[in-house]
Design a protein around this ligand. Structure first.
Ligand code: MLT
Length: 413
């Protein structure tokens, strides 16, 4: 279908037009088959070098960030561009704790939804509903209001997420416990009950904090570019984040760790050896795929994957859980990375390869996995929304299109 389109033919490698010269000279854009041109974005927030397997938040390596900071500290870094001083962090933490409560009426909103509802749908609907409760903080042109919406979202998203979880279980909602840290509060809201005191497990808490940090931003992926695009219309922050949650709810974006778990479960149940499974992947048997391997950007190890693997070992050891799925995952990684087929295709484990095993061991149902991703990603979405919408405001988004339909045609008489 590219015969009439020299630019497309050139991109397909069937022509010898110098695309970069052509683009510069004519102002035309090229259709990038890899990225299916979604237009371009400048950003100061996150840097990825997919060939080297490098990820940095505001210039700091993901390894340093994960080893030294907390979720809220990284949120500050992403949103405001610098590491917070202890005072700034303390004040930020206080503000977030102060805003955790949901309006009582909003709690009733959960009752209107069926108990079978997917927690991601509940999350997105409730975040969208926040704009009806907090009309006083919607104006995207008023920095103080943007600040207030920012804090409200950071404080309330985990509570909404935990209520979506409790609703699915048919259990009573707990009030947030603001004496606890961000992550401990979240764990209690999910796993505590009204009858007994809840004891936070510090190993779980540290691991969850780290997993959330690893998900805080990842430049222009589908949900983040959605948040920026919706935000560019001057839709409010709650509406834009709700749209991002919807984008993340798609299995291709947020569902990968669930798919990994399903794959590992199938291997376990079939009793098939990992080597045999890998052979079937290579033979491209119908429906047989190595989930959690390869990434659109990384042609090397996803640096997050190594860190997640360490957390998997720490959490399962602490809980005394001996999950055969973790053993199968490790074997798969070893077999695949020792095989030229995967190395030549630059297929390495990505962030989703081990996260499902950890969340499962922590007690989260599979349907909560993407919700956890959303809590992790929230600071990145907010930072990206603010970057594109506030300081300074960019134009309304409009992905560029290359028309490839028929030329003008005469109406049949
Ligand atoms: C992410 O963290 O958003 C995923 O790795 C997807 C992506 O970045 O494209």
């Amino acid at each position: 279908g590219t015969a009439e389109f020299p630019i497309l033919r050139a991109v397909d490698g069937k022509d010898s037009i110098d695309i970069s010269t052509l683009t510069k000279q004519t102002g035309l854009t090229t259709l990038d088959q890899g990225f299916v041109n979604t237009a371009s974005t400048k950003s100061e927030i996150t840097y990825i070098d997919g060939d080297e397997g490098i990820l940095r938040y505001r210039g700091y390596s993901i390894e340093d960030v994960a080893a030294n900071a907390t979720y809220l500290e990284v949120a500050w870094l992403l949103i405001y561009g610098e590491l917070p001083t202890p005072d700034q962090l303390g004040e930020f933490d206080d503000k977030v704790r102060h805003h955790t409560l949901l309006h009582e009426d909003l709690k009733r909103f959960f009752s209107a939804l069926p108990h079978t509802a997917h927690p991601m749908s509940v999350l997105s609907a409730a975040v969208s509903a926040l704009s009806t409760y907090y009309e006083d903080s919607l104006d995207p042109h008023d920095p103080e209001k943007v600040e207030l919406s920012t804090i409200r979202l950071l404080a309330k998203l985990p509570v909404i997420a935990a209520y979506a979880h409790k609703k699915a279980l048919g259990q009573a909602f707990l009030y947030p416990d603001n004496s606890l840290s961000f992550v401990d509060n979240f764990l209690k809201l999910n796993f505590g009950n009204l009858a007994e005191p809840y004891e936070v497990n510090p190993v779980l808490s540290k691991a969850l904090d780290r997993l959330l940090i690893l998900h805080e931003d990842h430049e222009q992926n589908a949900s983040t570019s959605t948040v920026r695009l919706v935000g560019s219309t001057e839709a409010n922050l709650f509406a834009s984040i709700s749209a991002g949650i919807q984008a993340l709810s798609g299995p291709l974006h947020g569902g990968a760790n669930e798919a990994v778990l399903t794959m590992l479960g199938k291997i376990r149940d079939s009793g098939e050896s990992v080597e045999k499974f890998v052979e079937r992947v290579k033979a491209k048997e119908d429906g047989v795929r190595l989930m959690g391997f390869g990434h659109r950007v990384y042609k090397n190890f996803d640096p997050r994957a190594r860190l997640v693997k360490e957390s998997a070992d720490a959490v399962l050891a602490d809980l005394g859980v001996n999950d055969p799925l973790l053993d199968i995952a490790k074997q798969l990684e070893e077999v695949a990375l020792g095989d030229d087929y995967f190395v030549e295709r630059k297929l390495y484990p990505n962030v989703d390869f081990y996260t499902g095993v950890i969340y499962k061991a922590m007690g989260f149902p599979t349907r909560m996995f993407t919700v956890l991703f959303a809590i992790g990603r929230l600071p990145g979405w907010i930072a990206q929304w603010r970057e594109s919408n506030v300081d300074p405001k960019t134009k309304i988004g409009r992905p560029q299109q290359l028309y490839v339909g028929p030329d003008a045609r005469s109406w049949p008489v």
